[in-house]
Design a protein. Structure first.
Length: 283
């Protein structure tokens, strides 16, 4: 299967903005003062802990936007499983540029690798089921595209990218609309025939009403495994079933065993730990 990728036109504005934030009004005062302009160096991006690497295109772009003469040879591509001490990539070129771009490159690389690593851990936990792990819209503002990319690198899938690519009717929508039936009927009248409609339910009564009205997917929120199994049996293939609600690698197997199609997890992008990666000088 072809690995996911992001075109440069999507990621360059993010990397450029991060570099401008770091350079401020006067540039890299430390490197400019200490490192001779003609100095060259060879360095390596090295994993400090096990994980899954993601974000190398952003790291490469950070170095090359600072100095196009910096070369980067990738040893472990996005999606590769890392052991502590593994060399991910080797950089060579002007030393000033490498030092100036280092933190921005590592910020992207460590963050996205952390997301990919966390996703892979949950994917592994449910590998014996049909359930697929997906992320949510709980992403860092401005970084949604690359964080969702990292989820895909880790073996997961993406939920909707924004408010404009699917209808997801949640409890507040239902309350304001006056009930499940009213909310679903309004949604069907308002959106095009290619737009999927999903409804969040927290009871079997709501689920039954949703199925009577016809819905593409149901978000089964904070249900116990027993209740989830009953809900999946009630749906009987008439809609995509998605479980959500504080799911961890430890609880995911019991959730997946209920037969749900999807397990959505917000913490994959909103509170995951970074993967520790460092830049080591070789010469």
């Amino acid at each position: 299967m072809t690995s996911p990728s992001l075109p440069s036109i999507m990621i360059e504005p993010l990397v450029r903005m991060a570099l401008l934030e770091d350079l401020g009004r006067a540039g890299d005062l430390t490197s400019d003062a200490i490192v001779p302009a003609e100095a060259r160096a060879t360095t390596a991006l090295v994993a400090r802990q096990p994980g899954v690497v993601a974000g190398l295109d952003l790291a490469r772009l950070a170095f090359q936007l600072i100095d196009p003469e910096i070369g980067m040879h990738i040893e472990r591509r996005d999606g590769a499983t890392l052991a502590a001490g593994d060399v991910i990539a080797v950089l060579s070129g002007p030393a000033r540029g490498i030092l100036t771009a280092e933190r921005v490159a590592l910020n992207f690389l460590c963050r996205l690798s952390g997301i990919a690593t966390a996703t892979a851990s949950v994917v592994a936990a449910v590998k014996d089921s049909k359930a697929r792990i997906v992320c949510t819209r709980k992403t860092t503002p401005g970084l949604r595209a690359i964080e969702k990319y990292a989820v895909r690198i880790g073996g997961g899938g993406n939920h909707r990218f924004g408010l404009d690519d699917a209808v997801l009717i949640k409890d507040n929508h239902v309350a304001i609309a006056g009930g499940v039936t009213a909310a679903l009927q309004r949604a069907k009248q308002a959106v095009g025939h290619l737009v999927k409609i999903e409804l969040e339910v927290d009871s079997l009564a709501q689920l039954r009403e949703a199925l009577d009205q016809g819905v593409d997917a149901v978000l089964l929120d904070n249900m116990s495994p027993d209740m989830l199994a009953e809900a999946v049996a009630m749906v009987a293939g008439r809609a995509v079933t998605e479980a959500s609600g504080r799911i961890t690698p430890a609880t995911a197997p019991s959730i997946a065993a209920t037969g749900v199609d999807l397990i959505s997890i917000g913490w994959l992008t909103h509170s995951v730990s970074v993967l520790d990666i460092g830049l080591d000088f070789r010469s």
